[in-house]
Write a protein that binds this ligand. Structure first.
Ligand SMILES: [Mn+2]
Length: 376
């Protein structure tokens, strides 16, 4: 609104009746708005819906999924929030507990049989336990696009810091009054605010859109709960992984990488936290940490090099999987990769297996950054 004021071409309005519409593509008047289109797409599918979180749930995906569920509820649709692996990171467990988030875990293919439609938040592709016939109704995301998109409603904004930003806009603009119930409104607003904060590194990398979204719900946010979420306790097992990352780290110019060995699935996010920490070392621009998690090579990339696109870098380094999807993906500043070991995972000598994995990953990274032995 103020922006419109500021941009208005002041002098002779009479002589130029066709001033450009500066309000942008989003309108608040029902069906024309993006959320109106989303609700319309959702309404076309009777029965129980499911919104699936890809990979390990984080504050942004949890808040977005919950907002999606509330939007569904506002038009009389029941929708479960499903996630595939454990909710691992202490930060995320705290969020699920404090906000009393309703989650369903999908472990077997049959778990999806009860649903008639599926939506994705904070991701734009997913590997389901089997190629179920579930129609994908909506994809709302802020990550680089992987593979082909197949959904009735798609809203992918690479310029925003969090999917929660987009869902905040939806719940504010929805004609169906999603934020009407006081208790749920407070919890949902707090979750969305935490999602935005968490995905923008405490707003450091927030875009104007992220800040506008946050401002629009800030009066509903429970700051005590938000503070409690931000002060979550770090488990000792995560600290041990940090120590291993420090001990094993290798520095190549402005790069640092570190293999942390076997990691329990519930500790997986410590791999990313270790990368966050190593990135802060003096002179470092990019950090990669990786470990062996449940038969997968699982790694994280963090960078403050604006010229490095994590999704592209990881795809070029680790390649494309048999299903046509890259082993790695990401968004600005952050990325991750997961490579299945298949039957090799069952190798009786896990130490030897880790040795091979570490050598392979380190060699791949060195080659990609141009400091391999052959090159040097
Ligand atoms: Mn996100």
């Amino acid at each position: 609104m103020n922006q419109q004021e500021a941009l208005r071409i002041e002098p002779d309005r009479s002589s130029s009746p066709h001033l450009p519409d500066l309000r942008g593509p989003r309108r608040v008047d029902g069906a024309e708005s993006r959320v109106g289109q989303l609700l319309e797409a959702l309404r076309k599918h009777e029965g129980r819906h499911v919104v699936v979180i890809r990979g390990y749930p984080d504050p942004d995906s949890l808040a977005s999924a919950w907002a999606h569920q509330r939007l569904c509820a506002s038009v009389g649709i029941e929708c479960d929030i499903a996630h595939l692996p454990l909710v691992s990171r202490a930060e995320n467990r705290a969020m699920v507990n404090l906000l009393d988030l309703p989650l369903v875990r999908v472990t077997a293919p049959e778990d999806l049989d009860r649903y008639t439609a599926l939506s994705l938040v904070d991701a734009n592709s997913i590997e389901l336990p089997r190629s179920s016939g579930l129609p994908c109704v909506s994809i709302v995301d802020h990550h680089a696009i992987q593979g082909k998109l197949n959904a009735e409603f798609v809203d992918i904004r690479l310029g925003v810091g969090a999917a929660s930003t987009i869902y905040t806009e939806y719940v504010i603009e929805a004609p169906t009054r999603v934020l009407e119930n006081g208790t749920i409104a407070t919890r949902l607003a707090t979750a969305l605010a935490y999602g935005i904060r968490s995905d923008t590194d405490d707003l450091l990398h927030a875009s104007a859109e992220d800040l506008r979204a946050l401002a629009s719900i800030i009066d509903l946010v429970d700051t005590d709960v938000l503070a409690a979420l931000s002060r979550y306790a770090i488990p000792s097992s995560s600290m041990r992984i940090m120590r291993r990352a420090l001990e094993a780290m290798q520095v190549e110019g402005t790069w640092v990488f570190s293999g942390v060995g076997q990691v329990r699935p519930q500790d997986r996010d410590a791999i990313g936290q270790a990368a966050d920490f190593l990135l802060r070392r003096e002179g470092i621009k990019t950090a990669i940490t990786f470990g062996l998690v449940d038969g997968w090579i699982d790694g994280s990339l963090r960078t403050n090099d604006a010229s490095l696109d994590p999704a592209t870098w990881l795809r070029d380094a680790f390649g494309i999987g048999p299903l046509g999807m890259p082993y790695g993906g990401g968004r600005r500043g952050k990325g991750g990769f997961q490579i299945p070991l298949g039957p090799l995972a069952g190798c009786p000598n896990q130490d030897a297996l880790w040795g091979v994995v570490r050598e392979m990953v380190e060699d791949t990274i060195r080659k990609r950054i141009g400091t391999s032995d052959e090159a040097g």
